[in-house]
Design a protein around this ligand. Structure first.
Ligand code: AMP
Length: 675
């Protein structure tokens, strides 16, 4: 028996009637179908599944085959008999406050049109939306989509900030069987165009503008540019006008408020479209090792069952409680834990537009206090930002409603975890997952375990994941304490990606090829200790993690390569105290003499940074640009990014004697001295 798959940290849950986590885990692996059949009872099926798992074509797995359901129905309609008047969402924006609305009267007009249940405060604006109100809004939105020709299987790009209309848009797509693909608002026009083309989007839904730290972000203009760059042009751009920024309507633009009024006047009700469990629900593009992002495809039934189960078993969240995932709907956390999972579980979800430290570093805790938030979830970066502020903000509010604070997306350093524990006094739990899996692979489980979690470890494998640390070369399980690659034996449990959009080949080559199609590779190194706790040791590939967001260095390199004076370049991630990692660029110019002149060098630097921001958005902005005369390469011509990274972090590079151009090491070192 494989030790890694069967051992779990025991827990001291001594009540023999209730299962321990080890029991749950064992049954999920050894009685897989029975286990998931039981979990499937948590949601409404219009037609019951005929088969729980079809694993006849691994690594492709089909869950709940033949079952028919609808995500929107399960998130909204299903709760109406019991919780019609409970808040489904509490929306808060610290970007929009009383003062701002007095200056931009368009904002209040826009609110009046879309929602009269708005409360303005000096530090934030709030909208509460009951399940009943959500039901109505989602029906109106679905009606608008249908009237504009969107139907089952059509792809819809949602490029929106954290506003309720974005949630309506996602749920309305789910209701009519359209496939949404949310694009993070920090991404630029080029990213949008790539996604419009790959998904062959029929519609784009956007806003006039967003606000970030008080700065206006011109979403509409970015969409216009994206449409211009895309080969596959959408038929319609549906614009939710927030009254922030006037814009010139394009011929394909449609005003959401006008459309909504029509649906509202007609009291529109749109019947949910029942989908076979394995049909696609959404696409979420994520960076990989190549320059083209992968369209992670999620199913319907598996997704609904997995998220509902995780809310209970992983997060210990209960119907009626309030869950706040401080993320963006452009990321997997926002999809799973701001929108779908809290609603599937009948909870209230907090949706926040704003930064952790504006208008002051107490804003999170004020929101927790005012809304009795029970479970918090965010990436460590936000917390590290608060740690740098005046700490008295940590004690000004009553946060006693909090049960647990989950963190994920990047390593949780000990000092940040300790700092949070000191002020909040609740379990601070690191957990680990990926866009691809949509829910945690490794976690602690407060519902079952009463023992302390281990500092530095995101926990142990969750039910359904047969996770091991494998030797990269041999594929054999590593001994406890030995570093290897974190892999998951196929089939992946429900809720994980089912394929890469229209690219089964890439699904197999990106994730399963390394271990003969039998294991999913996470592309993370890990180590497991004697007690079955895992520790994440970093990526195996050229993907970096900036403030919990995944970026492919190759995408950044491609943006830099568009500069006419560029011969070649390498981008690596270096450690950063606040954001975890930051990209830095090493650029070899066609004519190195160009950088001898300081002014010229500054111009080039700015142009290179500008090219990256224009193409990929501010999130990918290189923290530094260096100009070496050459980059270290192997004999086969591969750029040695690991060596460059080591040099950038002042670490030993290891043996470089087999390099094709050993002098490049000095060139890289020199370029950093020149800076
Ligand atoms: P994303 O798909 O953008 O959420 O990124 C997933 C990647 O983030 C993983 O493959 C890890 O490299 C990293 N990651 C996520 N959670 C953790 C964690 N708790 N500790 C360390 N790294 C993490």
């Amino acid at each position: 028996m494989n030790k890694q798959t069967t051992e779990h940290p025991s827990n001291d849950n001594t009540d023999s009637a209730s299962p321990t986590f080890a029991d749950i885990y064992q049954s999920s692996i050894h009685d897989r179908e029975q286990f998931w059949a039981k979990q499937a009872e948590r949601i409404y099926w219009h037609k019951q599944p005929e088969q729980i798992l079809d694993d006849s074509n691994l690594p492709f797995a089909k869950w709940f085959v033949g079952g028919e359901t609808n995500l929107c129905y399960n998130c909204v309609d299903r709760h109406l008999p019991e919780r019609a008047e409970q808040d489904a969402f509490i929306w808060l924006s610290s970007e929009i406050n009383q003062e701002l609305t007095e200056t931009f009267t368009g904002i209040t007009d826009a609110f009046k049109e879309l929602d009269n249940n708005v409360e303005f405060y000096t530090d934030y604006t709030k909208r509460r939306l009951t399940y009943n109100a959500l039901y109505k809004e989602v029906n109106y939105f679905a009606d608008v989509l249908q009237r504009r020709g969107v139907g089952k299987g059509d792809r819809v790009i949602i490029y929106m900030p954290m506003i309720l209309e974005a949630a309506y848009a996602m749920l309305a797509c789910a209701r009519i069987g359209a496939i949404h693909s949310v694009v993070f608002g920090g991404f630029a026009a080029h990213n949008l165009a790539i996604r419009m083309d790959d998904a062959e989007a029929k519609m784009v839904i956007t806003v006039d503008a967003g606000l970030r730290g008080g700065k206006v972000i011109n979403y509409k203009n970015l969409v216009n540019q994206g449409v211009e760059q895309a080969t596959n042009k959408p038929e319609t751009v549906l614009v939710v006008n927030r009254g922030i920024l006037p814009f010139k309507a394009q011929t394909i633009d449609v005003d959401y408020a006008t459309e909504r009024r029509q649906s509202c006047d007609a009291n529109a009700v749109v019947e949910p479209v029942w989908l076979e469990s394995n049909e696609p629900s959404y696409l979420l593009y994520t960076s990989g090792t190549t320059g083209t992002p992968k369209g992670v495809q999620r199913d319907v039934g598996g997704h609904a069952v997995a998220l509902t189960t995780s809310m209970d078993y992983v997060y210990n969240g209960k119907a009626g409680e309030t869950f706040w995932a401080i993320s963006d709907i452009g990321w997997a956390v926002g999809h799973s834990y701001t929108i779908y999972a809290p609603l599937l579980a009948g909870m209230t979800s907090v949706m926040y537009e704003g930064l952790p430290h504006r208008p002051n570093p107490g804003i999170w805790w004020r929101i927790v206090e005012a809304n009795k938030v029970n479970i918090l979830f965010t990436a460590p970066t936000g917390v590290r930002m608060l740690k740098k502020q005046d700490e008295t903000w940590m004690t000004r509010y009553d946060v006693s409603s909090l049960k647990t604070f989950f963190l994920a997306g990047e390593p949780l350093d000990e000092s940040t975890a300790n700092w949070l524990t000191k002020y909040l006094g609740v379990p601070i739990l690191d957990h680990y997952w990926q866009t691809e899996t949509g829910w945690p692979i490794l976690s602690n489980t407060p519902k079952f375990d009463h023992k302390a979690h281990k500092q530095g470890s995101p926990g142990y494998p969750m039910y359904g994941y047969e996770a091991h640390v494998l030797n990269e070369e041999t594929g054999e399980p590593c001994a406890a304490g030995e570093k290897g690659l974190l892999a998951i034996k196929a089939p992946l449990p429900p809720g994980c990606l089912t394929t890469v959009w229209r690219n089964d080949e890439r699904f197999m080559s990106s994730y399963f090829k390394l271990f003969d199609n039998k294991q999913y590779s996470t592309s993370d190194y890990a180590v497991m200790d004697e007690e079955g706790y895992f520790y994440i040791l970093g990526r195996t590939d050229d993907v970096i993690n900036v403030a919990g967001h995944r970026l492919g260095t190759q995408e950044i390199e491609e943006a830099i390569s568009t500069h006419p004076e560029m011969a070649e370049c390498a981008v690596v991630g270096i450690k950063d105290e606040l954001k975890g990692e930051l990209p830095i660029a090493f650029c070899v110019l066609r004519d190195h003499a160009q950088v001898a002149d300081t002014e010229n060098r500054f111009r080039l630097e700015q142009q290179i940074i500008g090219a990256v921001v224009k193409s990929l958005g501010g999130i990918a902005r290189p923290a530094a640009v260096y100009f070496p005369q050459a980059l270290p390469k192997t004999r086969s011509g591969k750029i040695l990014r690991r060596a460059i990274r080591a040099l950038a972090e002042n670490q030993p590079t290891g043996d470089m004697s087999t390099l094709d151009n050993p002098t490049a090491i000095d060139a890289v070192k020199q370029s950093m001295k020149d800076y």
